[in-house]
Design a protein around this ligand. Structure first.
Ligand SMILES: Nc1ncnc2c1ncn2[C@@H]1O[C@H](COP(=O)(O)OP(=O)(O)OP(=O)(O)O)[C@@H](O)[C@H]1O
Ligand SMILES: [Mg+2]
Length: 503
């Protein structure tokens, strides 16, 4: 099947309602789309089996005779790659969600917004072409080979791996520098795992996240009554970590007084609890990290020079992701395989265009940002591959690419009866157009995070917005809104009052 959005593509409309076929056909008919119609599920299935396969099918869910869901199963049986958009009237959204499981590309609600119908057709046909291009996707890596969790075959990363290997046999102090998200902690853990301390604790302490007045107690512990609030004795991280490895993250943010005590651990291998007099021997390997320019901080006298030299015996510089573009496909595959393993997504492929865009982005947040983007896009993707349209718009914009979505101005179409009928709805519902349960999940995750940041009780806020949107979608018809929301009209009226939605 061609699936190209530029030459004439065949669109089959299967619906037992003559009016819907007529109006949908009119919205779609242009020199780019050749429209075919089928007046029942049975007829549609026969047409598809006869071939050639249409590029896209609009299929009604509720029809007399064979239902849309049944038809969808037959159609996908005949052509597993067939793109099908399901059509549903209000009240059958649940069915449509179910239907996504049988492999529908998307679904739309009646009455149609013509602009949305067109943009959906464009997106579907472009996805068709892109999906074809993915073909037999061969991941660049096998994640089982990366038990370390560190991926990268660029010369810069190979250098990092070599140094890790060199420092594991001794207890030498290592300083890891690099931008945020480049894998500093990952490298620290890997050093620990390969050393003789691997069976012992690895404790990470983020020096920037702990206030100056608490960091010493955190690291060295304190005696009961040593300061206000010290109601019991506390054992610090160094003592807890005895025999193991301590990772002092963001060491550039450590107060000078604390630095002095770290120096003592390094020189004498001993600590004292805050407010205590006893000297305690500890056997701990220190690995430090910072994303700051430590030399500059030393020059400004905010970091002890003697400690700097003690920590900086071996330096590992993590390269930013934008300087090792070639590692990007491997990291993407690694993330996807891990997500599939953890059953967080079924999407295991990436289209060539998507990989191209990912490889050209600057990645200010480095690998952590890339990981997040892969996760979010895999959740949004409807097919078996991540396409450019699934990527966050900032990334598309920053790389100068196009997500392939077509936005059309709203317009008016004539119904079969000849009278003017506005099918455009002025509102946008939950972001973006519903793409089945996985995108609903993603939207809910997003909503949960956003609403958690506000003061208002989450359910009230959600209810207010949903009531508002549904009312607007049905043109203020309270009976329909109540049915759609699944509440009685009395309850709806109460909510309208509570939230002041009268107008
Ligand atoms: N080379 C890599 N291969 C696979 N995953 C990586 C790689 N580098 C980093 N990651 C992943 O990216 C994320 C960020 O890594 P990590 O926390 O080690 O970075 P960091 O440099 O300590 O960042 P920050 O400065 O923000 O604390 C982690 O989830 C890590 O597993
Ligand atoms: Mg870190």
């Amino acid at each position: 099947m061609s699936g190209s959005a530029t030459k004439s593509a065949t669109i089959l409309i299967i619906d037992d309602d003559d009016e819907i076929r007529y109006s949908l056909g009119r919205v779609l008919s242009s020199e780019r789309f050749a429209i075919e119609e089928a007046a029942s599920g049975e007829e549609g299935v026969v047409r598809v089996k006869k071939g050639p396969f249409p590029d896209l099918i609009f299929l009604d869910i509720r029809m007399g005779g064979m239902s849309g869901i049944e038809a969808l199963q037959h159609i996908r049986g005949a052509n597993p790659k067939q793109l099908v958009v399901l059509m549903t009237a209000f009240g059958t959204a649940q069915t449509a969600i179910e239907a996504m499981k049988f492999g529908a590309f998307d679904y739309i609600m009646k009455p149609f917004d013509p602009a949305k119908v067109l943009s959906l057709a464009e997106t579907a046909l472009q996805a068709n072409a892109e999906m074809d291009a993915v073909g037999d996707y061969k991941p660049t890596i096998n994640s089982d080979d990366y038990k370390e969790g560190i991926v990268g075959s660029s010369p810069a990363m190979q250098e990092v791996f070599k140094v890790i290997g060199q420092v594991t046999a001794s207890d030498v102090t290592v300083m890891i520098t690099g931008e945020s998200g480049t894998g500093k902690e990952l490298v620290a853990r890997s050093i620990c795992q390969h050393s003789h301390r691997s069976g012992k604790p690895f404790i990470a302490v983020n020096c920037a996240a702990i206030p100056d007045n608490l960091i010493e107690s955190e690291l060295f512990g304190h005696e009961k009554g040593s300061f206000t609030g010290a109601t019991t004795q506390r054992v610090g991280k160094f003592e807890l970590c005895d025999g193991g490895t301590i990772f002092l993250d963001e060491i550039g943010d450590m107060a000078l007084a604390t630095q002095t005590k770290i120096l003592r651990v390094l020189q004498q291998g001993e600590i004292q609890r805050v407010g205590g007099t006893e000297t305690i021997k500890v056997d701990v390997r220190i690995i430090a990290a910072t994303n700051k320019d430590l030399e500059k901080i030393v020059a400004e006298k905010d970091f002890r020079e003697d400690l700097y030299y003690r920590l900086n015996v071996v330096r590992i510089k993590m390269p930013p992701l934008r300087e090792r573009e070639d590692d990007i496909p491997q990291i993407v595959d690694f993330c996807l395989q891990n997500l599939v393993k953890d059953r967080k997504t079924r999407v295991s492929k990436v289209s060539p265009e998507t990989m191209e865009i990912l490889s050209h982005y600057e990645w200010p947040g480095n690998v952590r940002e890339l990981e997040n983007v892969v996760y979010r896009s895999a959740v949004i993707a409807q097919g078996d591959a991540i396409l450019p349209k699934d990527l966050p718009s900032e990334i598309i914009a920053a790389t100068g690419g196009s997500a392939g979505t077509v936005t059309q101005p709203p317009f008016t179409i004539e119904s079969a009866h000849g009278e003017e009928e506005t099918l455009v709805e002025e509102h946008e519902t939950i972001p973006p157009a519903a793409h089945g349960e996985r995108s609903i999940d993603a939207a809910l995750d997003f909503l949960h995070d956003e609403l958690s940041k506000t003061e208002k009780p989450i359910l009230n806020r959600l209810e207010e917005e949903m009531v508002k949107r549904v009312l607007s979608a049905v043109g203020g018809n309270q009976a329909r809104a109540a049915e759609r929301l699944g509440m009685t009209r009395t309850t709806l009226r109460k909510r309208i009052e509570t939230y002041g939605l009268k107008s």
